[in-house]
Ligand binder design. Structure first.
Ligand SMILES: Cc1cc2nc3c(=O)[nH]c(=O)nc-3n(C[C@H](O)[C@H](O)[C@H](O)COP(=O)(O)OP(=O)(O)OC[C@H]3O[C@@H](n4cnc5c(N)ncnc54)[C@H](O)[C@@H]3O)c2cc1C
Length: 453
């Protein structure tokens, strides 16, 4: 058995292998704030499936751990280096292999950035819906491995709903193709579904076949201010109870409105408890109907616009929350919990109560139509007392979500950040089955051990 570097050198071109500690370190940390990456031995950046196979076989020969990495925009530590590991970065595999307008699908390499996939299919009049806010940075492979969500999930669903098939390099270097190209198939078990959201634990995704939609017409947009979180929650429930279908339904709480107005003044009503921002496809769902439900449920101000440019400007409030929080020049820890829509008011009110109880600044934005909230804990990392209060508030929000029948990780994944809460959500027999599946695919614990499960 050679060293990992010797095994890699014997199988791959030298330019795919990086050992410069600064370069390797730059790829060893995702965007999770509390989760610190270890020190990887090497960074490998393959250009093809064959090169991924070669890298995996080198790791097997040297008995080394592999951490797959897309663009490193994850928020849970899932792509963080483990001491002595091989970081396997897919960022050079960015080809659009095929766009097929007849069958409404595309085949791409995993390092392709989401926005580049959207642009490639838009040239054919087609639409790839999943739209995490990291759309301009995150890779399709990473989106699949985390089952990423975004703003449009309320109508279109999450990444899982658009993955038709995968090519995967397994932990021993074997290559499998999962899924189908036909719209229907009942052959065998759904291994594609198993790999979606698997956080690099089961195999390395080297090709993704995605389902596409016809490009929708420009959306119409509505905004509604509410003086109470509870009435906003009731309006959200009424919209769905009445069979209406927004394409986007976001909520921005008072603390978020205040920081946006402070750093990007745009005449926001900061006395409101929250703002609900909605979009719809006018031909399917008149925006006036969504606005009317908000009025009926006590909104203090409602406005709607058919003009897509005006709609874009209204969406700016939502887009500016994170940049405004960054202007506070403090550390930011985004939460990611979800409850069913009927429990949303309790979740929102509970988050406000937790913020007050622990004296932590927590502006909250979220995908209101999905019940998925992103409270953003803002704090000074050097203040030990505040840090302790932040960690407790973070835990309390997770436990609040669980107590309301919700989930600890709606769209960002588990990684290392949420692993301590896993057993509170997944019951023991179910978790044991999941760990057996991991052991079946990866008996030597080579792929991203210590993450997610
Ligand atoms: C500003 C910002 C906004 C964000 N907004 C959203 C949002 O709205 N919705 C949302 O869901 N997420 C959001 N995220 C989180 C993040 O962008 C997503 O989790 C994204 O899917 C990660 O993609 P990535 O390419 O960066 O993957 P990485 O961070 O590199 O990896 C994530 C996980 O996937 C695994 N992985 C990556 N590529 C592969 C592969 N080819 N094969 C096997 N495993 C692989 C890694 O091992 C790791 O476990 C946001 C992040 C930021 C920084």
């Amino acid at each position: 058995m050679g060293t990992l570097i010797e095994e890699l050198n014997s199988r791959l071109p030298a330019e795919r292998i990086q050992t410069d500690p600064d370069v390797v370190a730059a790829y060893g940390q995702d965007r999770a704030i509390f989760e610190r990456g270890g020190t990887a031995a090497v960074l490998v950046s393959p250009h093809s499936t064959d090169e991924v196979v070669a890298a995996v076989k080198a790791a097997v020969a040297a008995n080394a751990i592999i951490v797959p990495r897309g663009a490193g925009t994850g928020l849970t530590g899932a792509a963080n280096a483990i001491d002595g590991c091989m970081m396997l970065s897919l960022h050079n595999m960015t080809d659009v292999i095929e766009v097929d307008p007849v069958n409404r699908m595309a085949r791409v390499q995993p390092g392709l950035v989401n926005a580049d996939l959207k642009a490639a299919v838009a040239a054919h009049g087609l639409y790839y819906p999943p739209d995490p806010a990291s759309v301009d940075m995150s890779s399709i492979g990473g989106n699949v491995a985390t089952n990423a969500g975004g703003l449009c999930c309320v109508k279109y669903g999450v990444t899982r709903d658009y993955v038709m098939g995968l090519e995967v390099v397994l932990a021993n270097g074997d290559v499998i193709r999962t899924g189908r190209e036909t719209i229907k198939s009942t052959t065998g078990l759904d291994l594609t579904g198993l790999f979606v959201g698997s956080e690099g634990l089961l195999g390395i995704i080297t090709e993704v076949t995605v389902k596409l939609e016809p490009a929708p017409p420009p959306p119409a947009t509505a905004v509604a201010y509410f003086d109470e979180l509870r009435t906003a929650g009731e309006a959200i429930q009424a919209i769905f109870a009445n069979g209406l279908q927004p394409t986007v339904m976001e909520i921005i709480d008072r603390a978020s409105l205040e920081i946006v107005e402070r750093f990007f003044p745009m005449d926001i009503d900061t006395s409101a408890a929250c703002l609900i921002l909605m979009q719809s496809t006018p031909s399917d769902q008149p925006i006036e109907e969504l606005a009317a439900v908000c009025e009926e449920h006590g909104a203090s101000f409602v406005y709607h616009a058919a003009d897509p440019h005006e709609g874009e400007m209204l969406l700016e409030v939502r887009r500016k929350v994170w940049p405004a929080a960054e202007r506070l020049e403090k550390s930011l820890l985004p939460e990611d919990v979800a409850v069913t829509r009927d429990r949303l008011p309790e979740l929102l009110e509970g988050i406000v109560e937790i913020a007050e109880r622990h004296d932590v600044f927590i502006p909250t934005i979220g995908h209101a139509g999905d019940g998925n909230m992103h409270p953003l804990l803002v704090f000074d990392e050097n203040d030990e007392d505040e840090l302790a209060r932040v960690k407790q508030a973070f835990t309390d929000i997770v436990e609040l979500s669980l107590s309301l029948g919700g989930t600890i990780a709606a769209e960002h994944g588990v990684g290392t950040l949420k692993r301590q809460f896993l057993e509170q959500e997944v019951e023991p027999t179910h978790l044991a089955m999941q760990r057996s599946v991991k052991a079946l695919f990866d008996p030597d614990h080579r792929l991203n051990p210590g993450k997610a499960l």
